[in-house]
Every structure is written in C-alpha cells, then in structure tokens.
Design a protein around this ligand. Structure first.
Ligand code: HEC
Ligand code: HEC
Ligand code: HEC
Ligand code: HEC
Length: 370
C-alpha cells in the first residue's frame, strides 16, 4: 500500500515536471483575441512576454516624410530633365521629394549615390538606377491593380525595403542540388532541412517557386474519393508544399491558422474569414510581381545578388508583412506619394470588376471538398 502511494507521488512529480518544462506550457500573461464566431475556437493567442509586440518598434523607425507640396503648374520633370521615363509628369518639386524619400527608404547611407552617378544624374549605367525605375512601375502596379489585396493603404518602397538595399525577407528559388540524390542519405527531395521560412519544420524548404511564382495547386485532397481518369489529383508533394506555404503565411502575419480558416474544414470558403479571401488575392499578386517584375530583373543584377538558379531574390508574404497582419499596421504612407499610386499619379482603382471577383471565387468554390 505504502509503495503504491510512493510510486503515485513520484509519477505525479514527474508529470508536473514534464508540464513545466515541455513546449506546450508557457508562463503567463496569455492574451487572446476572438477572430471568428463564438464557440468556433477562432481566437488569436499571444504571449507578449515571449513574443513582444513588433509593430511599435517598426513604426518608430519610419523616416520622417516632408509634407506633400502643392502640385504647382510649370515645367514638369520630363521637360527639365533628360532621362525621365516614368515620373515625367511630376512637378519638379514633387519629383525631387520622391527622389529624397527613395534615398532615405533604400540607401540611407549612400543617399543619391546609391542609384546615381553624381557627376551626371541622367546617366543610367548603375544597375541600381535601372532596377529602381522598374521598381517604381512595380509599386504603381501594386497600388493601382491590386487594391483587392492592399486596399486603400497601398505600399511604398519602404513597405519592403525599410532602409535596406535588399529587403530583409526574401527568398531564392531552391538549389536544384537539394532535390537531387544526396549520397548515403538518399533523395532529399528539397525537404528535411528545417529552414526558418517554413517554421523550422521538415516541410519542403521552397514552396514558393511552385506557389508564389508559378501558379501551382494549393490543395491537400483531391475533389473525388478515387482518382478519376483525366483528373489531376493532389500528390503528397503538393500537400506538403501547401502546408509549408501555410506555415509561411502564418509566420509572416504572426497569426495562427484560425485567423483565416475554421479548422473543422480547412477547404471550405463558406466557413473561412474574409482574411482568407484577402490572402487569396495576395497569392495571385505575389505570383504577378515575381513573374512580371522581379524575375526579369535578374538579368540586371550583378552575380553576387543571384541565387543558386541564377535568379535574384523574390517576394513572398513576409517581404511586405514582416510579422504584422497589416504591414506597418496599415500606416497611410502611399497616399502621401500620389506618383506611386499608379502611372501618371493615377487614382486607385481595382482592375477587377465585381463580376471578375465572383467568377474567380466560384472557380475556387467548385473545387472545394465538402
Ligand atoms: C533608389 C534609386 C534612386 C535614388 C536613391 C535616387 N534616385 Fe534620382 N532617379 C532614379 C531613377 C530610377 C530616375 C529616373 C526616373 C524616371 O525614369 O522616371 C531618377 C532620376 C533623377 C533625376 C533626373 C535626371 C535626368 O536628367 O534625367 C534627377 C535630377 C534625380 N534623379 C535626382 C536625385 C537626387 C537629388 C537624389 C538624392 C536626393 C536621387 N535622385 C536619389 C533613382 C534614384
Ligand atoms: C513588394 C516589395 C518591394 C517594393 C514595394 C519595392 N521593392 Fe525594391 N526590391 C525588392 C526585392 C525583393 C529586391 C531584391 C532583388 C534582388 O536584388 O535580388 C529589390 C531590390 C531593389 C533594388 C536593388 C538593390 C541592390 O542594391 O541590389 C533597388 C534599387 C530597389 N529595389 C528600389 C526600389 C524602389 C525605388 C522602390 C519604390 C519605388 C522599391 N524598390 C519597391 C522588393 C520591393
Ligand atoms: C492568412 C490567411 C491564412 C492562414 C493564416 C492560413 N491559411 Fe490555409 N489557406 C489560405 C488560403 C487563401 C488558401 C487557399 C489557396 C488557394 O486555393 O489558392 C488556403 C488553403 C489551405 C488548405 C488547402 C485546402 C484545400 O482546399 O485543399 C489547407 C489544408 C490549409 N490552408 C491549412 C492551413 C493551416 C494548417 C494553417 C496554419 C498553419 C493555415 N492554413 C493558415 C489562407 C490561410
Ligand atoms: C506588396 C506587399 C504585400 C505582399 C507581398 C502581401 N501583402 Fe498582405 N497586405 C498588404 C497590405 C498593404 C495590406 C493592408 C491592406 C489594408 O489596409 O486594407 C495587407 C493586408 C493583408 C491581410 C488583411 C489583414 C487584416 O487583418 O485585415 C491579409 C490576411 C494578408 N494581407 C495576407 C497576405 C498573404 C497571405 C500574403 C502572401 C501570399 C500577402 N498578404 C502578401 C501588403 C502585402
């Protein structure tokens, strides 16, 4: 009797020790915020001690913006300067303000010399100058064509660059050597390396080439119980890449899966939050930016900027979001730079009509598995 009691005590001690020192237990304070319907368990749980709020720190670093000067009539930048191809319609005052801001957003140390040959500002021989011109067009595209994702908040160069020549969070197409046979350990198939990008799991380390550059499938199960002739099923590889991408999306926004999904049915759009729809546009947008702008720019970049496949660094959710659900907490910065809102300072319009949106969502709905 005594021995049984003694054993019980030891067992209880060991179990308590386990609880205290294993991953599932965290010292308070635990904060929770409800994001879905009551009773669905859709809450964001955060521990400010373990994961201190990063938004305040990010906002404190935003460089000062000089107030937007009135658009004075008179000669435009295109009339005065020799080699202005994108921002030519701007008044000279506004043009110089954009130049100054670009210097503080991307090259705070080098300043104008980051992009320019200071002896001749019209000289476009520096690759940084040519990349910057294309980046201005890319930023205009995001703000004018992708309001479905960026809303009225939009983006500026600072959203991604944050005072650095190359944004902090980017990705390279994975080294093909990682998918090849790998000596004694066999075929690694591009996974089992626990990279930061996919939350230190053994998931495929590069879900991005397929899903944020090519328009690969983002599915975990097929649409029918058995594979049907002529139907594209969902492979284990695709499933793993889907989960890897989901890990990336969660870390980029610092949210859990239930920010977008009701975990009783991950596939169902009806039970998902509006944020999942926003994310769906975000995926299409990232594909668009990587294929139309970033990948083609690889030919401009010097060799030390190129990755294992000979292409430059690309955009994923973290490039803009940097651990916050709305980049910079939704700071209204782009509206201070009308020239970045669209070609010739355009107004923000979504190029997608309501009908386009419905058709696109219906197409996704059809392949939903209920
Ligand atoms: C991030 C790169 C970048 C930085 C930094 C930058 N510029 Fe520029 N600059 C450009 C690009 C790109 C153009 C061409 C714009 C176009 O085609 O519409 C340009 C054009 C110009 C022109 C027109 C030259 C001509 O005759 O064609 C002037 C003047 C100029 N910049 C001044 C400045 C000054 C002054 C600074 C520093 C305060 C600066 N720039 C910082 C990228 C940059
Ligand atoms: C959506 C994110 C994003 C936005 C917005 C963005 N950039 Fe970039 N930019 C990138 C990425 C990613 C690279 C890295 C390409 C590489 O070097 O491999 C880059 C590289 C550059 C470079 C080359 C840096 C170097 O030294 O190699 C310049 C210059 C640049 N961007 C200018 C701009 C300007 C100017 C703007 C705003 C008009 C802008 N960018 C907006 C993502 C962005
Ligand atoms: C920021 C929003 C967001 C977060 C967070 C998120 N997802 Fe997703 N998820 C999506 C979107 C959008 C799709 C649909 C992509 C498509 O159809 O092109 C999707 C698709 C999926 C699918 C495929 C469903 C199908 O039809 O086969 C699964 C499974 C999934 N997510 C699981 C997860 C898991 C697990 C997590 C947490 C680790 C997670 N998601 C976090 C937005 C999100
Ligand atoms: C070019 C920069 C950029 C990229 C890349 C980007 N986002 Fe966003 N995202 C934004 C901006 C800006 C907003 C704020 C929109 C607003 O204020 O309405 C936003 C908003 C969101 C929201 C809504 C947040 C909320 O609480 O309402 C979600 C969800 C989201 N993004 C998910 C994603 C996912 C997932 C990806 C990658 C597939 C992604 N984003 C890539 C710029 C970006």
């Amino acid at each position: 009797m005594k021995i049984v009691f003694w054993f019980g005590g030891v067992a209880a001690l060991i179990l308590t020790g386990f609880m205290l020192f294993t991953a599932g237990w965290e010292r308070p304070p635990i904060e929770s915020a409800q994001t879905g319907f009551r009773g669905t368990g859709m809450v964001e749980i955060n521990n400010p001690r373990v994961d201190p709020p990063r938004l305040e720190a990010q906002l404190a670093q935003v460089p000062d913006m000089s107030p937007l000067p009135p658009d004075t009539p008179g000669p435009s930048a295109g009339d005065i300067y020799q080699n202005v191809q994108v921002l030519g319609d701007l008044s000279v005052v506004r043009f110089n303000r954009v130049m100054q801001s670009m210097a503080s957003w991307i090259y705070p140390e080098q300043g104008c010399a980051g992009c320019h040959n200071l002896n001749n500002l019209a000289d476009d021989s520096k690759y940084q100058y040519r990349v910057a011109r294309r980046m201005i067009q890319m930023t205009q595209t995001v703000n004018s064509q992708w309001a479905s994702h960026v809303g009225a908040t939009g983006v500026t160069c600072y959203t991604c660059h944050r005072g650095q020549a190359v944004p902090q969070y980017t990705w390279f197409n994975a080294d093909p050597a990682n998918t090849a046979a790998d000596g004694l350990t066999g075929w690694r198939n591009g996974q089992n390396r626990a990279t930061e990008q996919v939350g230190l799991t053994s998931m495929p380390e590069d879900p991005f080439t397929e899903q944020l550059e090519d328009s690969g499938q983002i599915r975990v199960i097929g649409d029918t119980a058995l594979p049907m002739p002529g139907e594209v099923g969902t492979s284990i590889q695709t499933t793993e890449q889907t989960y890897a991408l989901m890990m990336h999306m969660s870390t980029s926004l610092n949210v859990t899966c239930t920010y977008c999904h009701n975990s009783r049915n991950f596939g169902s759009w009806d039970q998902s939050t509006p944020q999942r729809v926003t994310s769906w546009y975000g995926i299409q947008m990232a594909q668009n930016l990587n294929t139309e702008y970033v990948a083609p720019l690889s030919s401009e970049l010097p060799p030390h900027r190129l990755g294992p496949t000979g292409e430059g660094q690309k955009i994923n959710c973290e490039t803009c979001h940097q651990g916050v659900n709305k980049p910079l907490g939704g700071l209204q910065m782009a509206e201070q730079y009308p020239s970045l809102l669209g070609p010739s300072g355009g107004t923000q319009v979504s190029s997608l009509s309501d009908q386009d949106v419905e058709a696109a969502l219906a197409a996704v709905e059809l392949s939903d598995t209920e």
